[in-house]
Design a protein around this ligand. Structure first.
Ligand code: SF4
Length: 237
């Protein structure tokens, strides 16, 4: 496991250096970053991770956080079973599964910031964080959506489609690649899926022993025993 987590941690460090330098230049040139400490509007979104990233998080959790993440994973599984398509899955996640249990809602801080997964590292908004809030897009009328799109198009850093800062998302791709290669080298199999599901499974002995042998069928059986085997939240490659 150590080689897998080390590969991810090195990739995080490289991403952090590149992203930090890019953000310094971006803001120096007048670009806007709406995100900051205490803002947590996007911490209710579904998060896709590799098992390699989940292992890094799992090692850092307190016993209380382990229980909270496991309970969250069960809610994720219920939502996955109920959703009829991707839109329903995302909406159900934001509205019913709700905020990440690693978020301290009082302070708005991530309690595991140092080990947070890639998606939490590369998601930045170039426009007001209001646009990250659940229900804002759905609540907009046609005129408001037109105004949003126009603002996105003239805002530096976006891809012209959404208010997120696109180059940072592209810059994190080497982290996915490093995770993919490390998993394949160590286990002969890649495991991807929902953040809280995989963090829970990363702490399950039977699941990790099966992954270590490259035994997908036994890993799936272990996940099924925990009720965490939905294809939307657990994939083998
Ligand atoms: S890990 Fe931290 S940054 Fe990521 S969703 Fe959870 S609280 Fe938010």
């Amino acid at each position: 496991m150590a080689a897998v987590t080390a590969a991810v941690e090195s990739a995080y460090a490289r991403f952090g250096t590149r992203a930090g330098a890019w953000l310094t230049e971006f803001t120096r040139a007048g670009g806007r970053v709406a995100c900051g400490a205490g803002c947590y509007h996007c911490c209710d979104m579904p998060i896709r991770v590799s098992l390699a990233e989940a292992l890094v998080v799992a090692r850092a959790l307190t016993p209380a956080q382990v229980r909270a993440v496991r309970a969250h994973a069960r809610k994720v599984a219920r939502n996955a079973r109920a959703a009829r398509d991707d839109d329903e899955y995302v909406q159900g996640h934001r509205e019913d599964v709700s905020y990440c249990p690693l978020l301290d809602r009082e302070s708005g801080q991530c309690t595991q910031y140092a080990v947070r997964p890639t998606r939490c590292r590369d998601t930045f908004s170039a426009m007001s964080a209001r646009f990250c809030t659940v229900g804002v897009w759905e609540g907009m009328n046609a005129g408001e959506r037109r105004a949003y799109r126009a603002e996105v198009r003239r805002t530096p850093g976006t891809d012209g489609e959404t208010h997120f800062i696109a180059p940072l998302e592209e810059m994190s791709e080497p982290v996915w690649t490093a995770a993919s290669r490390a998993m394949r080298r160590a286990w002969g199999v890649e495991v991807w899926g929902d953040f809280w599901t995989l963090t829970t499974l990363a702490l399950d002995e039977a699941f990790m022993a099966a992954v270590g042998r490259g035994d997908r069928r036994a890993a799936l059986t272990a996940a099924r025993t925990l009720g965490l085997h939905h294809p939307v939240t657990l994939e083998f490659a």
